[in-house]
Design a protein around this ligand. Structure first.
Ligand SMILES: [Zn+2]
Length: 211
């Protein structure tokens, strides 16, 4: 439930990099166990410096994610994975520019530069990720007419990625999202997105959130 949810940390990457020493991580109230999973959200070349939708300094979060991931037996990664000519691309809407919005059947859609096109280098997960135990890569946004920010549910609010069922089958109850961009991880319950970005979609943050 949202009111029981505890956001334990939501810090800028540079701050995180400075403060999360092994000791500081251990000193938090975070308990990582067999029922915990780290969700690594869209750490892909397009979202990193040099990419078509780059997050400034986004590469700085990668060593932090790698370090934190060592504590997790369960790690899931997501990968934005769009068709060419995806509906979220400004280039397919005449007269529209990136970051303008349009109205779609499922609501407002922000238009983006072309990014994370299936099979391209930009869509690849960063080669600097070092999480060999990651057991699952969830691809999302591959329906041409539906965008997907969430790891759980696409932007139409009903198409699932299957991640909730996977976590349930693995008896995982606690999830920690981590991303170069602010992760917008929708909970399995419709309409609940945590953590909701307060100001900027593209700030570097890493969160701990426990349902
Ligand atoms: Zn996308």
């Amino acid at each position: 439930m949202p009111d029981r949810r505890r956001i334990l940390a939501g810090l800028a990457t540079t701050a995180i990099a400075a403060v999360i020493s092994r000791q500081a991580w251990a000193a938090t109230s975070i308990k990582v166990d067999e029922a915990s999973a780290l969700l690594v959200i869209d750490v892909q070349n397009c979202f990193l410096p040099g990419g078509s939708l780059a997050v400034k300094d986004g590469e700085q979060v990668i060593p932090v994610i790698n370090r934190i991931a060592k504590g997790f037996a369960n790690v899931v990664m997501t990968q934005d994975w769009h068709t060419p000519g995806h509906i979220s691309f400004a280039s397919v809407h005449a007269g529209k520019k990136p970051f303008e919005t349009i109205d779609l059947a499922y609501g407002k859609q922000v238009l983006w530069p072309d990014h994370c096109v299936q099979g391209t280098d930009g869509a690849s997960l960063s080669k600097d990720l070092s999480i060999p135990q990651a057991a699952l890569v969830i691809r999302k946004g591959f329906h041409k007419d539906v965008d997907s920010y969430s790891a759980f549910t696409e932007a139409d609010g009903k198409t699932t990625t299957g991640l909730a069922a996977y976590l349930k089958a693995r008896q995982i109850e606690s999830k920690t999202p981590a991303a170069a961009s602010t992760p917008r991880v929708r909970s399995p319950k419709p309409g609940r997105i945590w953590p909701t970005p307060a100001s900027s979609v593209f700030s570097q943050t890493i969160f701990r959130s426990r349902a």
